[in-house]
Design a protein around this ligand. Structure first.
Ligand code: SAH
Ligand code: SF4
Ligand code: F3S
Length: 452
């Protein structure tokens, strides 16, 4: 364990870092915060493993596949490490928290294992390894992460993700997150407001607030603070155009929050609220705390109050005991609620969770077939919904060049549609009007009509 907080390493001539991130948005933001810290400490970020003095993987444990990928990447570094033993190899994040010491046993060429609550001390840990050549294991769960953000380091100048809470207390039966991210801890409104204010002063126009279970934000803070209170405070910030928040848990959703959303000008008409299944029996075994009927009714209420609201969801197929009838109920839910976008996953048992005690009895080919069926259904729905946008003028915050066509611009509507259109680079970061004339299931294409 590392025990001194007073190392500095500013004068080292060489320091390059290669950093790869797996997993959810929260992990990506932790990567961004870590890289900000390392840059301040004099590191240069490189995009080839061969150019790096330090190679770091920020890892995910949510499904077996995510872990397998990291172990295979780590295995591939064995020969490099043999040739260059001075290169530091580190494993960060959720898999580091979960597997801890075992990673050194399985991959003896790894130098650093740093869990989900310790990454703010990366620079000193790396220095310690370099100076003493020793392994560092840092997986203390009781740490409270408070990173002074380097606001100038972010992938997109006009948008930023902001962590408002860490951890999860929900313990859905299939999910490893509470075990690797620890208990829920909310940051104070003052802290968050200060961070958002400094991002806005630095040019940021849109923030997405992050929490694994964001609508329970405020639990444990003084004075019965809620996500609605946080949104109201941020809505007052001059210079900020848009606020989003993810991910919402249906059981923690309140009608009060929907009313607040509908009232606040900057809060976008978009909800990512995973349903996971359309079958009450499966939802019960998943320990989700709501029924499909409740979920449907909540979406109906939200859509009634917030015109043009789009809803995105996650689904798990092949959960233990999921019958064909259960699956058809999921299909029906998807058909009825017409989500804008869905992430669909094959169930993957995670050791230590409640569901891992149940028999993983849905054969892999059934999981695969169900996964494909939902993907196809969602694709069809997305295309149909997007087609309804043809002929409409939408407001777009321009993010930059389109990934598929660098000669065109790309941005998003408040409802989180991706819009691609012709326009000059000066429009990046501006709100513009675009008339939609063509669509696919993933993208709207249009013509610039005005600056808003
Ligand atoms: N906090 C979010 C989701 C976090 S994990 C929420 O509660 O909605 C992201 C998604 O991964 C989940 O919504 C779920 O659909 C999926 N997932 C989690 N554990 C899984 C497992 N063991 N197997 C397959 N998918 C899983
Ligand atoms: Fe996992 Fe459930 Fe927590 Fe989401 S709410 S992170 S699915 S335990
Ligand atoms: Fe994966 Fe950890 Fe996110 S397990 S989904 S990276 S919280």
């Amino acid at each position: 364990m590392i025990n001194s907080a007073n190392f500095t390493d500013k004068d080292q001539p060489y320091k390059t870092v290669f950093f790869e991130t797996f997993g959810c948005q929260m992990n990506k933001l932790d990567a961004e915060l870590s890289l900000g810290l390392l840059q301040e400490d004099g590191y240069k970020i490189v995009d080839k493993v061969d150019d790096a003095d330090v190679i770091l993987f920020n890892t995910c444990s949510v499904r077996q596949h995510a872990e397998d990928k990291v172990y295979s990447h780590l295995g591939a570094l064995k020969t490099l490490k043999k040739r260059h033993p001075e290169v530091i190899v580190g494993v960060l994040g959720c898999m580091a928290q979960k597997d801890g010491e075992a990673i050194f046993k399985r991959m003896p060429h790894v130098d650093l294992v740093c869990g989900t609550r310790m990454f703010s001390r990366l620079p000193e840990m790396l220095l310690k390894i370099r100076n003493h050549g020793s392994h560092v294991l840092a997986i203390d769960e009781d740490q409270i992460v408070n990173v002074k953000r380097a606001v100038t380091y972010r992938p997109n100048f006009y948008q930023a993700f902001v962590t408002v809470m860490r951890g999860c207390d929900n313990y859905c039966s299939y999910c490893i997150v509470p075990y690797v991210r620890g208990r829920e801890i909310s940051r104070t409104i003052a802290d968050i407001k200060e961070e958002v204010q400094s991002l806005v002063s630095n040019g940021c126009k849109e923030v997405t607030l992050l929490g694994q279970n964001i609508n329970s934000y405020g639990k444990g803070l003084d004075g019965n603070v809620t996500l609605g209170d946080l949104l109201s405070e941020l809505d007052d910030l001059d210079g900020l155009d848009r606020i989003r928040f993810v991910t919402s848990h249906p059981a923690d959703m309140s009608r009060d929050l929907i009313r607040t959303m509908s009232r606040l000008e900057k809060v976008c008409e978009y909800l990512h609220m995973p349903a996971q299944s359309g079958s009450d029996e499966v939802l019960k075994r998943m320990r989700r705390g709501y029924t499909a009927g409740y979920y449907r009714e909540f979406v109906r209420y939200a859509r009634e109050l917030i015109p043009h609201l789009t809803v995105a969801s996650d689904f798990i197929v092949g959960f233990p005991g999921e019958t064909e009838e259960d699956f058809q109920e999921t299909v029906q839910l998807m058909e009825d609620l017409r989500f804008q976008n869905c992430f669909i996953f094959k169930y993957s048992p995670r050791t230590g969770t409640k569901a891992a005690e149940l028999k993983d009895d849905v054969p892999d080919e059934t999981k695969r077939a169900r996964n494909l069926k939902l993907l196809e259904l969602q694709k069809k729905i997305s295309l149909e919904e997007n087609t309804k946008m043809i002929g409409k003028k939408v407001g777009v915050l321009v993010e930059g060049a389109s990934k598929s066509d660098p000669n065109r611009l790309s941005g998003r509507t408040r409802q989180n549609h991706i819009v691609v259109f012709n326009g000059s680079q000066e429009l990046v970061g501006k709100l513009v009007g675009v008339l939609i004339h063509e669509v696919t299931d993933l993208t709207l294409f249009g013509k610039l009509t005005s600056c808003l």
